[in-house]
Design a binder for this molecule. Structure first.
Ligand code: GLY
Length: 353
């Protein structure tokens, strides 16, 4: 295997987006992936760019907002390299206020839709106790993004090794010696982008990244219920693939479970999710199911990603723990990690991460 400037472990959305950013900056990049590219959380995701989700920790906001500013140029670069465009499917979200903010005084807080306005926007919605706001927020199809991203990477000189395990990575002087199941690789720097698998491969004894399972389903909505916005409460989200080849396809997610690396889909969990969604949009109860799946979010105790050098290992870096926001955070993660790796001052203060 060749010598490169940067070796990246993991060909998920983080690893490949970082590889492209580094390649763009003129660096020689090798990516080592234990399975196939983009097959785990990157394509299990629903694809909401939910910087304003009430469930996000507040410290995520600067990185999330920076990523939103990068998204148009990120997608343009993918398109230019791959010739595969990635479109936004929705640009607004009907987001329910968390219960503690939804006061019961009957006075509408700024930004909260009146029942009449809510009915005008989505007549089929049965809000129950929820109070909704309409926010500007985009969503895309992570599978379409993945198709474009892998084609973009393959159009470059990035050296991608699939079905190859990183066995160890040791800092030796100015470089890192990476032992893989396909041979030894030398690189000036090494970045672990293996998501939920990072704890297994890191030299840090207490690296707190663990898989958190999400089960979800796709249904086909009837033509009478055409969603133009995402609908999201703290217990469910409903995401239409409004610009895809099948505009009736609608994603409903997701459970949040600590189940190790198990990705079994349970019919009773899927039925429960559908019930919660149907309490908001009753027609969902009868919508034909197209698919059900599970993904593993790389979770950290504080819900924030881990971005930066590994203490005591000057040539080794981590970029993992993006939990529920990997699709949103990929462009910013690639950008700030590339800045770190090339010795630039980062555009976002990474102290919290
Ligand atoms: N990004 C949504 C989820 O993690 O379920």
């Amino acid at each position: 295997m060749a010598h490169s400037d940067i070796c990246i472990a993991g060909a998920g959305i983080m690893g490949l987006s970082l590889a492209l950013e580094l390649h763009h900056r003129g660096l020689r990049v090798t990516v080592v992936e234990q399975g196939a590219p983009l097959l785990e959380a990157s394509t299990a995701a629903a694809g909401m760019l939910a910087a304003g989700d009430h469930d996000n920790p507040p410290q995520l906001r600067p990185l999330a907002d920076f990523s939103l500013t990068l998204y148009p140029s990120y997608l343009e670069r993918l398109h230019a390299l791959s010739r595969i465009p990635v479109s936004f499917h929705t640009s607004t979200t009907l987001q329910a206020l968390p219960a503690h903010e939804a006061d019961s005084t009957g006075v509408l807080s700024p930004g909260i839709l009146s029942p009449d306005d809510l009915h005008r926007i989505l007549p089929q919605l049965t809000p129950g106790e929820h109070r909704f706001q309409l926010i500007e927020e985009h969503s895309l199809d992570p599978r379409q993004l993945a198709t474009s991203l892998i084609a973009a990477v393959r159009s470059t000189s990035i050296d991608l090794h699939t079905q190859t395990h990183v066995l160890s990575a040791c800092s030796i002087g100015e470089s890192v010696e990476v032992h893989t199941s396909a041979g030894i690789l030398h690189a000036a720097q090494f970045v672990d982008c293996t998501g939920s698998w990072a704890a297994a491969s890191s030299p840090l004894p207490h690296l707190n990244v663990a898989p958190r399972k999400g089960q979800m389903l796709a249904v086909s909505l009837p033509p009478s219920l055409v969603l133009r916005s995402v609908v999201r409460t703290s217990s469910v989200y409903i995401v239409p693939r409004a610009a895809g080849p099948d505009t009736t396809r609608t994603i409903i997610g997701a459970t949040i479970e600590d189940a190790g690396f198990d990705k079994t889909v349970h019919a009773h969990d899927i039925a429960h999710l559908r019930d919660i969604a149907a309490s908001l949009l009753p027609e969902i109860a009868y919508a034909p199911q197209l698919e059900a799946w599970a993904g593993l979010r790389p979770a950290t105790p504080d819900g924030l990603p881990l971005l930066g050098p590994i203490p005591g290992q000057p040539n080794r870096f981590l970029a993992t723990g993006h939990y529920r926001n990997g699709i949103l955070l990929a462009p910013a993660t690639a950008y700030v990690m590339a800045q770190l790796l090339t010795g630039e001052r980062t555009s976002v203060d990474l102290t919290a991460y």
